[in-house]
Design a protein around this ligand. Structure first.
Ligand code: BLA
Length: 506
């Protein structure tokens, strides 16, 4: 960001993090043209004995031995898509020199070659992944998978803190499970605003599912030459230098190094496995491959459990629908029995309270507004489209007086249950802030950093609290589908009852 711009909720996502102009000094980087002429380079002095600034324009063959270049070339031939990265282990770059691990990929018209000293341990790690994946196989649902996943990932990668971070629709997120080394602070249940992982970062993590920050104190090494032409796009580069804003955030958290792996479900960034280490940490190339593999398989497992969850909730919704139908057929007053409804309905659609308004009678149960407020809500619904399901995660949109009243209500979903307007079944949800657990003092509170006090998890939480005050977890598309089908059932029941009433009158 330009130096005079203050960090805020709107400019975080304008930082061009894919072209930072530098790398983390994990190894050295060379960008070449298709005919193997070096275009740009970084950090080559320690590794090849030549300053990066002296390399542009020189052929790669003057730097690396032929066998190494042949290997790289054969790997490049394997790159099938523009987002693919190919790797090779233990390659001696110069005659008699130390072996390097190498990653290659395309960036615009350049080939990017990233080389780092080999640690040579790939075999052992891949068998470790296998055993941790076996444990995951026996998890029965998403929440068990998240818990066990954190535990397995920590035993695989040996970071001090491993968290499963799950995104909400609006890009904010929550730490939903964790595994900690002894004496490490807990972040479980903490929620953070979307800006903590801004939009362009989330987009990049969908494309490149692995992010490593080896040392939050480490200085980035510039890519030479810096000024000429389009900046080098490092979206897929492992060594990509880190946003200074994010580095400060991590330092304020007391973190020395981080690693994160995306959890991608149905093509969307569903969450991330986020790891912290107290001190700098660079897992070996092979360990990182294992982490990526773990992330891919873990994502598939989450996806499949979520599918099961959806069919299970559809099954429950059908069950609730049947119970409504048969109970109302036996006793039509049942439909005005809010206590019964507030026991039954949360099995189909998560809610904390229920209100019904049928044929002039009103009943409320569980978390609900006062009767007077409820009638105002019904009026407000009647003034809008009274024939369709309406819902909001901020009930004050319908009942403005709640905005300033410190009400525990967050969202509502209304199901019109008569042909003509006026009769409704309304579900209420609690304000999210009240249902969220805040680990409070456990998160390190850190004083003013160079970008202000904003960049700490605690400030983040406070800011997030302001954003979500008065709102609930939104009703999902699947909640709305369930509500539609309940509405159909209820309309049938009501229609049937009124026909019976007509029969009786004859
Ligand atoms: C990146 N922010 C990230 C990443 C995480 C978080 C996990 C991915 C990189 C990594 O693994 O470290 C956020 N980390 C968290 C959260 C927790 C955590 C929420 O441990 C909770 C426990 N960050 C800000 C603000 C800005 C910002 C205000 O707080 C912008 C002005 C930016 N975060 C930011 C950027 C990145 C980022 C730019 C991308 C870093 C990169 O990949 O270069």
């Amino acid at each position: 960001l330009p130096a005079d711009e203050k960090i805020g909720l709107t400019n975080c996502d304008r930082e061009p993090i894919h072209t930072p102009g530098g790398i983390q000094p994990i190894g050295f980087l060379i960008a070449t043209s298709a005919d193997w002429i070096v275009q740009r380079a970084a950090n080559t002095l320690d590794h090849l004995g030549v300053a990066a600034a002296d390399l542009p324009g020189k052929p790669l063959s003057g730097l690396l031995q032929k066998s190494a270049i042949d290997k790289i070339r054969s790997r490049i031939a394997l790159l099938r898509s523009k987002d693919a990265v190919e790797r090779m282990f233990d390659v001696p770059l110069v005659d008699g020199g130390k072996p390097y691990d190498i990653a290659v990929h395309f960036s615009d018209n350049a080939v990017i070659v990233e080389c780092e000293p080999a640690q040579g341990d790939q075999v052992e790690v891949s068998s470790l992944v296998r055993s941790s994946l076996t444990r995951l196989g026996s998890c029965k649902d998403v929440s068990a998978l998240l818990k066990e996943g954190a535990r397995q990932f920590r035993s695989l990668m040996s970071y001090d803190r491993v968290m499963m971070y799950r995104f909400a629709e609006d890009g904010s997120g929550e730490v939903v499970s964790q595994s900690l080394a002894p004496d490490i602070d807990s972040y479980i249940g903490l929620n953070f605003p979307a800006t903590d992982i801004p939009q362009q970062a989330r987009a990049l993590y969908l494309r490149n599912t692995f992010r490593i920050i080896a040392d939050v104190q480490g200085e980035a090494v510039p890519i030479e030459p810096a000024g000429e032409g389009k900046p080098l796009d490092l979206s897929l580069a492992l060594f990509r230098a880190v946003s200074p804003i994010h580095l400060e955030y991590l330092r304020n958290m007391g973190v020395g190094a981080s690693l994160s792996v995306s959890i991608v479900v149905d093509g969307k960034l569903w969450g991330m496995i986020v790891c912290h280490h107290d001190s700098p940490r660079l897992p070996s190339f092979a360990e990182r491959s294992a982490a990526e593999l773990f992330g891919q398989i873990f994502s598939l497992q989450i996806e499949s459990k979520l599918r099961e969850q959806i069919s299970e909730s559809e099954r429950r919704a059908r069950h609730v629908s049947n119970r409504l139908m048969s109970a109302a057929a036996q006793d039509k007053d049942r439909l005005a029995d809010a206590d019964w409804l507030s026991e039954l309905l949360p099995r189909a659609i998560e809610c904390d309270g229920v209100g019904v308004h049928v044929e002039g009678t009103t009943a409320l149960s569980g978390l609900a507004p006062t009767k007077a407020q409820f009638m105002k809500l019904v009026d407000a619904l009647n003034r809008r489209d009274a024939q369709t399901i309406q819902h909001t995660s901020r009930i004050a949109e319908f009942l403005p007086e709640l905005a300033s009243s410190n009400s525990p209500l967050g969202g509502m979903l209304s199901i019109p249950i008569s042909r003509r307007p006026r009769d409704y079944l309304i579900l209420f949800r609690e304000e999210k802030l009240r249902s969220v657990r805040w680990a409070g003092d456990q998160a390190k509170s850190v004083e003013q950093g160079e970008d202000g006090p904003r960049l700490t998890p605690r400030k983040s939480f406070e800011e997030w609290s302001e954003l979500v005050r008065g709102t609930s977890e939104p009703f999902s598309p699947s909640d709305v589908r369930t509500a539609e089908s309940l509405r159909t059932t209820l309309l049938e029941v009501v229609l049937h009852l009124s026909e019976e009433a007509n029969e009786d009158r004859k």
